[in-house]
Ligand binder design. Structure first.
Ligand SMILES: C[S@@+](CC[C@H](N)C(=O)[O-])C[C@H]1O[C@@H](n2cnc3c(N)ncnc32)[C@H](O)[C@@H]1O
Length: 405
């Protein structure tokens, strides 16, 4: 098998520093061991990502950026921009997904298998994020309308995917507004697939200034769309105690929700909350530490879901999807939270049941809202290999339905 890179073309030597990173074991003709070190460690100036990798498939991000860095030409990278090779030896040594650039997509192969993208097909990716899933659709020759309400995601994914030209239309928007966007693009004729990979990206969690993380002190923000009203600080400092308790309990599963809300309201009367570190520290005075997770985990999750109206967005996205799918078109949803997964599961069940029955009815009746066939009877979860590589995938569940004719 040919090496993915010609390392000599990059002028890299064993142990040579390149930008902020290291190259280890690079030899003249590459080889998978050398490649492994290279992919995992090298960072180019002005170029945050290195490789996206999953299930042994490595994909180079922005070959043209490499060329601009005075190194490798586009043609040397698996033959074409976005080219890929199977790297069977690429495995655990690559390390955690959180470090691999902007975001490492979860259940990537499963999504591709479910959506089966092909040349000329059209897809909506409602959660563009780092563009990992979208890249796979584009690589298969499909056209993609990609939405994200976070301008940083659009910038990243736009640069990453620019090689695909106008096959990608990236729009900054909440995915609940996809009907207007698709109508504006004249896509009433229908889509071959829709993907919603709900939740936050690793980038959002890792950037302290975005205020999602209790591990990194930053402004108490948590808005995916930084221009949207209602930051986490506004909620914590102004919402009634009962409302705070409700979101901590319903969205965060926090058993001590009432006590937490009470203490927060007492504390804000003396001094308002401004930072994630401050909030996490006060929550820790109320919530006992259970296991390795921070005591603030659940409260932060509840807040984040409320700040971004995540359940409302998901409901809206599901509600009209059948109108935009061609017969045989597929709708794939990845969730990270049991409440969201339940919502998707029940929605898919109801809309794929040919008949409905109730105890008070003499007989079952045809379901006028049966639009789909279930593709996944059970939620699809990440393999052990994926969870080892990317711990974030542990809580992901994929469900897929297909539009009936
Ligand atoms: C889990 S990441 C998606 C990762 C992406 N599939 C990839 O392969 O990199 C979720 C992304 O969806 C965006 N997002 C979440 N809810 C959204 C919504 N209601 N409307 C638009 N974007 C949303 C977030 O800003 C984040 O960038």
């Amino acid at each position: 098998m040919m090496p993915l890179f010609s390392f000599s073309a990059l002028g890299l030597r064993r142990g040579k520093r390149w930008g902020a990173g290291w190259v280890e074991g690079a030899s003249g003709d590459g080889g998978w061991r050398a490649a492994r070190g290279f992919f995992a460690r090298v960072t180019f100036p002005g170029w945050g990502g290195v490789m996206a990798f999953s299930d042994g498939v490595a994909r180079l991000l922005w070959p043209e950026a490499l060329a601009a860095a005075g190194g490798l030409g586009v043609g040397s990278v698996g033959g074409e921009p976005g080219g890929e090779r199977r790297l069977s030896a690429l495995g655990d040594a690559v390390g955690g997904g959180e470090d691999a650039g902007y975001h490492l997509p979860v259940l990537e192969e499963e999504v591709v298998a479910a959506l089966a993208p092909a040349s000329g097909q059209r897809f909506l990716d409602g959660t563009l994020g780092g563009g990992g899933h979208a890249a796979r659709l584009l690589e298969a020759g499909a056209e993609v309308v990609g939405l994200d309400r976070d301008p940083e995601a659009l910038e990243w994914a736009g640069r990453r995917l620019q090689a695909w030209g106008d096959r990608l239309v990236a729009v900054r928007a909440s995915f609940s507004s996809y009907p207007e966007i698709l109508a504006g693009l004249g896509l009433e004729a229908g889509l071959d697939g829709m993907l919603f990979d709900i939740g936050v990206s690793s980038h959002q969690l890792n950037e302290a200034r975005r205020g999602f993380s209790f591990l990194r002190d930053g402004p108490l923000d948590m808005r995916m769309d930084p221009d949207a009203p209602g930051s986490a600080a506004e909620l914590v400092n102004t919402w009634p105690e009962e409302e705070l308790a409700r979101i901590f309990y319903e969205y965060g599963d926090e058993k001590a929700s009432r006590r937490v809300a009470k203490v927060l309201v007492q504390r804000r009367a003396e001094r308002l909350f401004e930072t994630t570190g401050d909030l996490a520290a006060v929550v820790a005075t109320v919530v006992p530490k259970r296991g390795p997770a921070s005591p603030a985990t659940r409260v932060f999750q509840g807040l984040r879901m409320a700040v971004n109206d995540e359940l409302g967005e998901l409901r809206a996205a599901l509600a009209g999807a059948h109108r935009w799918l061609k017969p045989g078109g597929r709708l794939a949803v990845i969730t990270f939270h049991s409440l969201e997964d339940r919502l998707v599961k029940q929605f898919f069940r109801h809309h794929s049941a040919a008949e409905l029955d109730r105890p008070e009815w003499p007989a079952a009746r045809p379901n006028p809202e049966c639009y789909y066939r279930l593709v996944t009877r059970k939620g699809v979860v990440a393999s052990a290999a994926e969870t080892a590589r990317n711990p974030r995938s542990r809580s992901a569940t994929l469900r897929v339905v297909e539009r009936l004719g």
